[in-house]
Write a protein that binds this ligand. Sequence first.
Ligand SMILES: *[C@@H]1O[C@H](CO)[C@@H](O)[C@H](O)[C@H]1NC(C)=O
Ligand SMILES: *[C@@H]1O[C@H](CO)[C@@H](O)[C@H](O)[C@H]1NC(C)=O
Ligand SMILES: *[C@@H]1O[C@H](CO)[C@@H](O)[C@H](O)[C@H]1NC(C)=O
Ligand SMILES: *[C@@H]1O[C@H](CO)[C@@H](O)[C@H](O)[C@H]1NC(C)=O
Ligand SMILES: *[C@@H]1O[C@H](CO)[C@@H](O)[C@H](O)[C@H]1NC(C)=O
Length: 213
Amino acid sequence: MLSYAIVSLAMTSAALGVALPHGLVSSSASWCQGLGGGAFDTASNFTVAAYDISGSNANSTGAPLVLTETSTQGSDVYMAFATYATQPDNTFASFSLSQGILVPNPGNTGANITDLSVSSGDSPSFMASTDGDDSNIPSAAQVYCAVANTDPDGGDQCPILAVNNDTGMFSVCTSTSGDSSGQDIIVFEAAENSSDYDYNSCTPVHLHLLGLD
Ligand SMILES: *[C@@H]1O[C@H](CO)[C@@H](O)[C@H](O)[C@H]1NC(C)=O
Ligand SMILES: *[C@@H]1O[C@H](CO)[C@@H](O)[C@H](O)[C@H]1NC(C)=O
Ligand SMILES: *[C@@H]1O[C@H](CO)[C@@H](O)[C@H](O)[C@H]1NC(C)=O
Ligand SMILES: *[C@@H]1O[C@H](CO)[C@@H](O)[C@H](O)[C@H]1NC(C)=O
Ligand SMILES: *[C@@H]1O[C@H](CO)[C@@H](O)[C@H](O)[C@H]1NC(C)=O
């Protein structure tokens, strides 16, 4: 009886207490653990922007992000987030979230782009096949979640992206390797000893999800 009352109270406050963007439903899936009642794991058609949490931004939304090719292996291509400012190509510039999977919208390319699991010190990355042979492509990783700001007094003005249950560990860093060399890319838990990017260039950011309201 008591536990029923507690569950019922928790459900009521989850339904009333939190302002999610229109039409979105809060999620407590394993990939949203610890992220609170503003967490959601399914949303369609948003863009992503990097907002400098140390405070130097041109505006309140942040620098728009797109996908860039980082390397190829046979007919497989690997991609990561880069700033549009350093990779001005909007082919892959909008995304959806589907039960923890971050899905780049293929636009008119028809490509199936799969998100990969994200390791500390690496770029959140994606893989696609250029010849329609998906046999090397792993299943999509359910590791992403989004968190709407539920604090009326402050915080980010838009929902922010989490990976591995963490919203706070993304950086923009200048890539020093592969096809994205010289571009500003997104890294998770930037590591001092990486040979893929210049650690000294890294700036901590939140990844804002735009266009959901
Ligand atoms: C996504 O939204 C943009 C406007 O923000 C619109 O132009 C585009 O057609 C939408 N794409 C899909 C797949 O709904
Ligand atoms: C915000 O600033 C970035 C530069 O950091 C710019 O590319 C972007 O278009 C601006 N967004 C808006 C909505 O003005
Ligand atoms: C994308 O996936 C669908 C469904 O699995 C498949 O039918 C289609 O051939 C794939 N397209 C490419 C370009 O891999
Ligand atoms: C998130 O945390 C839960 C609980 O600790 C864990 O089971 C899950 O694997 C984590 N998910 C990711 C993507 O790190
Ligand atoms: C960086 O150091 C960590 C531990 O200190 C190690 O696990 C990782 O493999 C190193 N990475 C590179 C690219 O050397």
